[in-house]
Design a protein around this ligand. Structure first.
Ligand code: SF4
Length: 225
């Protein structure tokens, strides 16, 4: 079996994907891509728990997370709403800017561009949107296939030995070769779960990990019998 398929198979057996643990996935259930984008910007450099709290506060303020609604909130008020997510001044400013650029259905037009690269490039021209945020939004709101790489995924795949110490684009390309396109979103979510539970930054739980026999780090650090 191909390595990517085997990894997905084992991790699917190990984990249940609970959308409460993935704020952008949960936001995608709204069918509102702008909500996914705003949620993903809020989630930068903070936990999903803090993001969920900030989103709850935002939703108690506006009926729908739409550019027009965000534009009506004074900047200082938006900062207060986003405070639990950290970097709240910067995030509030970015979200206000993004809302003013994306009014009148502009985000839908971007997400309808013909190719993945065109959509990525257009999203990455928005303030506060880098490759990870663009890939999350694309994979959660369109039929285009990409894999967003977060810090957990980068750590896990380096340890596994399937992507070397490259940057974001190198890791993404490597994972897009290893996994089947229909598994990209699943692989993204499952590798994050693996990074949060077994393959933690400190003290990875290699002994219990479902991928230990496939893992270069585990083989290199396990004591000989
Ligand atoms: S075996 Fe250890 S280092 Fe390798 S993926 Fe699992 S937890 Fe991470």
């Amino acid at each position: 079996m191909k390595l990517g398929k085997e990894i997905v198979r084992r991790l699917m057996r190990e984990f249940k994907i609970d959308e409460d643990e993935f704020v952008s996935l949960k936001a995608s259930r709204s069918g509102n891509p702008f909500e996914v984008l705003v949620t993903t910007i809020i989630s930068q450099n903070t936990s999903d728990k803090n993001t969920a709290l900030a989103i709850r506060r935002l939703k108690s303020e506006v009926k729908n997370i739409k550019p027009e609604e965000i534009s009506k909130i004074p900047l200082g008020e938006l900062e207060e709403i986003l405070r639990p997510a950290g970097l709240y001044r910067q995030k509030a400013r970015v979200i206000k800017e993004v809302a003013s650029i994306l009014s009148d259905g502009r985000l839908d037009s971007i997400l309808s561009l013909p190719t993945l690269e065109e959509i990525r490039n257009a999203l990455m021209k928005l303030p506060g949107v880098g490759p990870k945020t663009a890939d999350v939004v694309i994979s959660m709101t369109t039929e285009k296939r990409t894999i967003a790489i977060d810090r957990h995924i980068a750590r896990v795949v380096r340890r596994l030995g399937i992507a070397e110490s490259g940057g974001y684009e190198e890791i993404r390309s490597r994972l897009m070769e290893i996994f089947e396109p229909e598994d990209y979103l699943k692989a993204h979510l499952l590798l994050i779960k693996l990074g949060r539970t077994y393959c933690r930054a400190r003290n990875p739980r290699c002994e219990d990990c479902p991928l230990k026999d496939l893992c270069r780090f585990s083989k290199a650090t396990s004591s000989p019998a």
